[in-house]
Write a protein that binds this ligand. Structure first.
Ligand SMILES: [Zn+2]
Ligand SMILES: [Zn+2]
Length: 330
């Protein structure tokens, strides 16, 4: 396969990747359908931001946030069933059962983290051990600006954490199982080894109940954009959105079977850090996964960091000591 040059890399030499927005299919149909698939994402984003901006304190609670997140997810699952982006990504019973296992595992871990970190004693300890007045320069800024900054700072960290996972073997061990998914759908964000989910969950699970309004706003920005990372629906996403934010298209390239393509689009909510640091590829891919699309079983995803870490350590040790075992090199 010839591939396409993006910057100084060749994308799509191992597996097909479509590069460039102009080469990506569009939603076709009547004016109502076109309007829906063009404006749905921005309207939901502005609606969610407006809600968290204006809602009175009695409504703006963690419980409301969870109800909104779950109903949003449910609506998008229905949309995937009616309007799948790729037939090859459509849910089978096997995929659905696997996804539900990971989603419930994710929620269980978040709950455990919440019980320990979110407990009254620890919240009180954190609130009393730090002089929160030191942050008054920040909390004095307009609410939306605070939310935007929180979202950008958080995503900047996510960008480097994710890029690190693809470049540093010990971190890759926790992230690799997520890259064995062979299709995208709304629940696929939860698929992976729990150690990775734990690392991510740690940031969002705890402290939920005393989160200031700005953080709730930032989280809802993340929800209204990041949810589309793994979705099997095609949108005619506006160009300004594609320039600023991570999209299904970007993330499908990241999950591509093509090695170089998978080393791009590391952002979670924003894509601007990828643009800044030269890892952005605007395009899409349908053939996803690792090892030619081998499906990783749940059991293997659970022990992979340990088994593969052990294998690599053993091989490294053998190469250093020159010990012969009679086992041919892998
Ligand atoms: Zn990745
Ligand atoms: Zn992913």
């Amino acid at each position: 396969m010839a591939g396409t040059r993006v910057g100084n890399r060749i994308i799509g030499a191992d597996a097909p990747v479509t590069v460039g927005w102009e080469n990506i299919p569009k939603v076709e149909g009547g004016p109502a359908k076109l309007a829906f698939f063009t404006y749905f994402q921005p309207v939901m984003l502005f609606a969610l931001v407006a809600f968290w901006y204006y809602a009175p304190n009695s409504i703006a609670t963690a419980t409301t946030a969870i109800i909104i997140a779950l109903s949003f997810r449910f609506f998008l699952i229905c949309l995937e069933m009616v309007m799948p982006r790729h037939k090859s990504w459509q849910l089978t019973w096997k995929e659905l059962c696997t996804d539900l296992f990971y989603v419930s595992l994710g929620y269980t871990i978040l709950r455990i983290v919440d019980v320990y970190i979110g407990s009254e004693a620890i919240i009180e300890f954190i609130q009393s051990s730090y002089d929160w007045d030191n942050l008054s320069w920040f909390t004095g800024m307009p609410l939306l600006l605070q939310a935007l900054l929180i979202s950008l700072i958080f995503d900047f960290g996510q960008y480097w954490m994710h890029r690190g996972m693809h470049n540093w073997y010990p971190l890759w061990l926790t992230h690799a199982p997520h890259h064995y998914i062979t299709q995208l759908n709304i629940n696929k964000g939860a698929v992976g080894n729990p150690i990775e989910l734990f690392l991510i969950g740690l940031g969002i699970g705890g402290f939920f109940d005393f989160l200031p309004r700005a953080a709730l706003l930032a989280a809802s920005i993340g929800l209204a954009i990041g949810t589309y990372q793994h979705i099997n629906v095609r949108f005619n996403t506006p160009m300004w959105w594609r320039f600023l934010f991570n999209t299904t298209e970007h993330h499908s390239v990241h999950h591509s079977q093509d090695f170089q393509a998978s080393r791009s689009n590391y952002g979670a909510t924003w894509i601007i850090f990828d643009r800044m640091f030269g890892t952005c590829v605007d395009g899409e891919a349908e053939k996803l996964g690792m090892e030619g699309g081998r499906r990783m079983q749940i059991k293997e995803a659970m022990y992979f960091p340990f088994s593969d870490g052990w294998r690599a350590t053993r091989d490294w040790f053998r190469s250093k000591t020159g010990r012969q075992t009679g086992v041919p090199a892998e």
